[in-house]
Design a binder for this molecule. Structure first.
Ligand SMILES: Cc1ncc(COP(=O)(O)O)c(C=O)c1O
Length: 397
């Protein structure tokens, strides 16, 4: 049984703050600054260049990949770290298109995160091979899977509404039509249970700064189905993806393992931070965290319906159909977010008019949930949209 009181202590949350934004950026693990500062002194400080061999810096990408693999149903040696999620989307898409060379369509849905769609369009234009990105309504994904589609690119938990796609059924149908699947797990990993190997996904990518608490801009991951690893060609052929990087030959020969997806020098400091943040997952089971998340988000939705009836619940009411954040709609959403922030209840805003409340049971509890409902009810009475100071937009919303 997970002791959620203990997991809460693992993190530092400023006193008095109700932090419901872990779906955007997870909080700092309390002991991380000390641990990392010591590690920097011992490794970078003392070992300098020797750190690459003596401190295992080169192995960090695979080691952490395997730790994250445990959270997404990926067997050892199928997941590796590096770069940003947008780059990993590009890599996965590029490799997937090459695996389906006679087809021209990248299929995605209108609920996908814009960066994924931009990357797909950019790659299609750059490749100059008549590739087309087809964007369909989420409800029409099944109907658009056919023999012309090369790759299906989808985000498993909708970044706005928190809706979960039926990844198993979708992947099964894609397979039956010869379509390669690329799953974006940004809002899934560390929040809800998935099993990439069991559902037969071809590629999966995700970031680590949300529910994995790796810190702002922490490195992303890429998973490749074990059957496809040696066949997948990264469209970015950096030296550390070479079979023998330190041979320094001018002919590119990809590694036959998941290491072929490494591009350049690993971000050792960011990886070390992430590695420490992942320690919490050695003590908890994702199944229990997910069960608690469903309970807390259910409580939140029930509270909103009772105390804030003006709000529209935009996330599915069936807990099995939503991820770990709850989306609420209101015509004056942005001033509400500003007011809540002023009252130390942290959530965020997404167009059009959506307030998102991330629920991360590792550090959120019933008190946070009920407190946020109370403050939102007060906000609706106060009507912050009547005051100019709540109207102005920050660059990051
Ligand atoms: C679903 C999804 N995909 C892709 C991205 C882009 O990630 P990055 O900015 O790390 O490249 C995000 C960012 O939040 C996201 O939520």
């Amino acid at each position: 049984m997970v002791d959620f009181q203990k997991t809460k202590e693992f993190f530092y949350i400023p006193k008095g703050l109700t932090y419901l934004c872990g779906n955007s950026l997870g909080p700092l693990p309390r002991n991380l600054p000390t641990v990392i500062s010591n590690q920097l002194n011992e490794e970078w400080g003392q070992l300098l260049i020797g750190g690459w061999n003596k401190a295992g810096w080169m192995e960090l990408s695979s080691k952490i990949g395997n730790r994250i693999g445990n959270l997404i149903g990926a067997p050892e040696g199928t997941t590796i770290m590096g770069d940003t999620l947008s780059i990993k989307v590009f890599q996965a898409l590029g490799a997937a298109l090459k695996l389906n060379p006679d087809r021209k369509i990248i299929l995605t849905d209108a609920g996908n995160f814009p960066s994924d769609v931009y990357i797909a369009k950019g790659l299609a234009a750059f490749a100059n091979r008549d590739y087309k990105v087809k964007i369909v309504d989420t409800k029409d994904i099944f109907g658009n899977m056919n023999e012309n589609v090369a790759v299906l690119l989808l985000t498993e938990v909708d970044y706005k509404t928190g809706d979960r796609l039926e990844s198993q059924n979708i992947t099964l149908k894609a397979k039956s039509k010869g379509i390669i699947t690329v799953w974006d797990l940004a809002h899934t990993v560390g929040a809800v249970t998935v099993d990439m190997q069991q559902i037969g996904a071809d590629f999966a990518v995700g970031c680590t700064y949300k529910y994995l608490n790796g810190g702002p801009g922490s490195p992303a991951f890429i998973y490749i189905n074990p059957d496809l690893i040696s066949l997948s060609r990264s469209p970015i052929t950096g030296w550390l993806g070479h079979a023998n990087p330190f041979g320094f030959t001018l002919d590119y020969e990809p590694a036959s393992t998941i290491k072929s997806q490494i591009i350049g020098t690993p971000p050792v400091i960011s990886l070390s931070i992430l590695n420490f943040a992942l320690d919490i997952w050695d003590e908890v089971s994702l199944e229990e965290v997910y069960a608690k998340s469903m309970e807390l988000s259910g409580l939140f939705i029930a509270g909103i319906k009772t105390k804030c009836p003006e709000m529209t619940v935009m996330s599915p009411e069936n807990p099995a159909k939503r991820g770990s954040h709850v989306a609420l709609g209101h015509p004056e959403s942005y001033p509400l977010v500003r007011f809540l922030t002023e009252q130390s209840v942290i959530c965020d805003y997404r167009e059009p008019g959506i307030l998102r409340f991330g629920i991360a049971p590792l550090y959120n509890d019933t008190e946070d949930i009920m407190g946020a409902v109370e403050v939102l009810a007060e906000a609706l009475e106060f009507k912050p949209w009547k005051f100019e100071r709540y109207q102005s937009r920050n660059y990051v919303t």
